[in-house]
Design a protein around this ligand. Sequence first.
Ligand code: ADP
Length: 262
Amino acid sequence: QASCPSQDKLTANLNGIKNKIVVLSGKGGVGKSTVATNLAVGLSLAGFNVGLLDVDVHGPSVPHLLKLTGVVPGFEDGVLQPVPWSDKLGVMSVGFLVESRNDPVIWRGPRKTGVIEQFMREVNWGERDFLVVDCPPGTGDEPLSVLQRLQPDAKVVVVTTPQQVAIADVRRSISFCRALGAPIVGLVENMSGYACPHCGKVEELFSADGGVDLCAEMGVPFLGRIPIDPMLMRDGDQGNPFVAQGRANPTAEALQAIVSKI
Ligand code: ADP
């Protein structure tokens, strides 16, 4: 196959990154961005040098989740500079290009794909232990573009909810990764049970074994379940990533355990 100069440049630009982790979900609203952000922050707090790339063109929420809205990334020598959240975590998001959080992203398909590629090709990522990519949901053109461009060495974390486990979306996401030859690190079942804000005890709302069973059936690792936790939502809303708040409850333990499996 003839090499493509644009893809060669992209591959060269990401050459200094040891591990590329794409966070994917079958649908929107399952907590993909929340998980991606907490994974990236959790890895950085564990001492790794991390990049977080938010190419969720439909709802780029990472700037809000990290209190970086309105920040304009630096632009030097034709390349964008990741926005530092800390000295261990640099962030780039489609959201930095959209004027207001309320503005819909109304680019057409090819333009969206172009922006996604540009963010992989023309951001000065430098040397990193991890690049965590918050991918657009589903199995359409945009996640396809992300996974194809990051091949051959990107690995996928699939985020789902207990309701979704029962339906075809997650299976489709797993088959999608397989068809593209992208290894799956595992599945995270988010919003699984309810963590009482007073005592932290987790009440099961749906059958607790859906994710585990699906993983066994599909032959992918189960990374863990994160309960519905009002604090996880509130921290995200306020731009304070949950894993950086030093909380001790089942949600914190679940996220910690997932980070350690990445
Ligand atoms: P996605 O990226 O899949 O669209 P988000 O990460 O933006 O989803 O999450 C959607 C909403 O659900 C956000 O308001 C977020 O704070 C909330 N949320 C995500 N996971 C949890 C959870 N485990 N407990 C409570 N709220 C959650």
